[in-house]
Design a binder for this molecule. Sequence first.
Ligand code: PHB
Length: 390
Amino acid sequence: MTTRRTLIKSAGALVLAASFPLIASAQEVVKVGLILPMTGPFASTGRQIEAAAKLYMAQHGNTVAGKRVELIVKDDTNVADMTKRLAQELIVNDKVNILAGFGLTPLALATAPLATQAKVPMVVMAAGTAMITEQSPFIVRTSFTLPQNTLGIAKWAPNNGIKKAVTLVSDFGPGIDAQNAFKKYFTEGGGEVVQEIRVPVRNPDFAPFLQRVSNLKPDAVFVFVPSGVGSIFMKQFSERGLDKSGIKLIGTGDVTDDDILNDMGAAAKGVITSMNYSAALDNPANKAYVEAFTKANNMRPNFMSVGGYDGMALIYKALEKTKGDVSGPALLEAMKGQSWESPRGPVTIDPDTREIIQNVYITEVKEVNGALYNVPFDKIEAVKDPAKIK
Ligand code: PHB
């Protein structure tokens, strides 16, 4: 009897002892809720960012400052109410320490009040409307703003023979930002915007709008369409013969997105855009990035992917700085002012605006080794979001 009881006791002690380290390690997890459009028309944004975040973790290990980083990926299907509901569940049920992702502006805007209420840092890895970061002091952005990316091409154009332009943008936050920024810098440089066109975001048919551009005969048409929509635009552009009309196509690099550029064909050649990233950037960090990303995912990384990759870099750096303190306000403070070498070049999180300061590249679509790339030929260094420079 005694022997049996002793046995049972010691077995119990063993079980207890064995479960302690489990409890201890369970407490040392830092959870990142990554909410992205993984299905629907903007699924490529989700696919690119998820792949990049996972690549960062595979390359840097999943332990930082003694904490195990756990990524919880959710598909919001590009529905803002869904993004908000998922964020709520992640905060309340999963007790995430950080929210991240946000593939489009309306999805980020819907979540901003929750980040403020819960004091959870919200890392915007994609959406680019300038005012997003002003909707919560807990938002930090690792993507770009449209005024930031537009400034490059808007300043380049009037110095390169483009005097009259029509602007054609998707009718929502980032498109309106791009249109206004283009007008400001292009006009300051001596150019004239002869017409401003806005195209519905859902199921866009560009044909009637392209006809208007064709009739107006400007030197150039400046275009913003969200990542993923460039192929449809380019197809309709060449179907209407605009690629051979002498009207130059310029824009932000969203229209010649690296994810789909190579399938656009000859019509895309010669398109000049400005952007915070190109897969063709010639620096060691980018060469390694493109190689590792392509190998792991069998696709070319685009500008959305670096938002995800650098978003994870920022989270890791903040955790190192707080020495593993996962409280929201501590992590947020630790994110401000961080600088590192990204595949896109040197980046810094502006401590005042929580926006990313980065180079903006002017690129031309060219064939390189049989594939189409946005080949950089000029850059503006360390660009802050111009919408926030008073
Ligand atoms: C946005 O919704 O802010 C957005 C989406 C796609 C882009 C750029 C901005 O390519």
